[in-house]
Design a protein around this ligand. Structure first.
Ligand code: ASP
Length: 323
């Protein structure tokens, strides 16, 4: 009996660090877009506002995770906060296409179930990321676009708005600037979030107005599962931002996961390689945020800056903009 008890205690002590290592605690990472974000281009008073808004977005998701909520609920909360904030290129702050209209894209993916949802080219749904989630949860499909997506969102009882809701002076000025072929300064960024919850599940969400002056009907990487968004409990959760055509052609979000699984790379190695070597060599500007199943995070970008922030269980949140 004594012998058995001793064996049990030894086994327990051996297993304990392993069990603890398997529960890294919850993690949330967000981005508010990558671009020409440098101290010279962002006035100090504007930097304070950006940092405060990133911090509030982190808090929105952090509250979900700290309360034992799911990674999916957390990424939706963080992204929805940014969709409501005119500073970012998603929801309220969406940029204008070449016709002077706002067409929004969003997607979500659940790393536990492997389910995903997306909407593309929508013009009257207040929260595209919520619509993406409904496509995942309440339809047989992964992606709905345009009028079909809007009819579905209406059926689902989501809040619809007049297209003028998405008109912000900043986005309009940016549109006029690009229209006049002037230098594109301080481009507003897409938003995204990835999370690992206390149950060990991963999720990712991305929401955008796309690229300023994009062609009417153009769809970028953000609503494309595997390009702008990906999550799998086997590997990691990823949300991208940048020149969408490059992210689609390179299946960037999925490639991070594939490199980890097939090549045995760490999250950091995979993410760094794709953004700072592969995409960079092609001229594809942008970045991504990612968290792996062990709670490691990576936030590479090949642009001058990227709005980003993260918070881990038991640690202080951090928000960053520049290199
Ligand atoms: N990736 C987005 C798109 O191409 C834009 C961005 O992230 O800024 O639509």
């Amino acid at each position: 009996m004594k012998h058995l008890t001793l064996t049990f205690i030894i086994c327990f002590l051996i297993a304990l660090p392993h069990a603890m290592a398997q529960q890294p605690g919850w993690v949330l990472v967000i981005h508010g877009g990558a671009g020409n974000i440098t101290p010279a281009r962002v006035a100090p008073e504007k930097q304070v506002i950006y940092e405060a808004k990133l911090q509030e977005a982190l808090t929105a998701g952090q509250q979900v995770l700290a309360g034992g909520g799911t990674a999916m609920d957390a990424v939706i909360a963080a992204v929805q906060f940014m969709e409501e904030c005119p500073l970012f290129n998603s929801g309220k702050g969406a940029v204008f296409n070449a016709e002077g209209k706002n067409e929004l894209d969003a997607s979500v993916m659940d790393g536990f179930t492997g389910k995903a949802g997306a909407v593309a080219g929508v013009t009257i749904i207040r929260s595209p990321v919520e619509a993406a989630r409904r496509v995942m949860d309440s339809s047989q499909h992964v992606m709905l676009s345009g009028k079909g997506a809007e009819a579905f969102a209406r059926e689902q009882g989501l809040q619809m708005v007049d297209p003028s809701y998405f008109h912000t002076d900043e986005s309009w000025q940016e549109y006029m600037k690009v229209k006049e072929r002037l230098e594109q300064e301080g481009r507003k960024g897409t938003v995204g979030a990835v999370a690992l919850d206390s149950h060990g599940n991963l999720a990712a969400a991305t929401s955008t107005g796309g690229m300023t002056f994009k062609k009417y009907g153009r769809i970028g990487d953000s609503p494309v599962i595997g390009a702008g968004t990906y999550a799998s409990n086997e590997s990691c959760a990823v949300s991208c931002t940048g020149h969408g055509e490059y992210f689609i052609r390179n299946s960037v979000a999925y490639d991070v996961s594939a490199r980890m699984l097939y090549l045995g790379e760490t999250l950091e190695q995979a993410a760094e390689y794709i953004i700072n070597e592969k995409l960079k060599s092609q001229g594809g500007a942008g970045g991504l945020i990612a968290v792996d199943k062990n709670g490691n995070i990576s936030m590479p970008f090949n642009t001058p800056g990227m709005f980003r922030g993260f918070v881990k269980q038991g640690a202080e949140p951090r928000v960053l903009m520049f290199r």
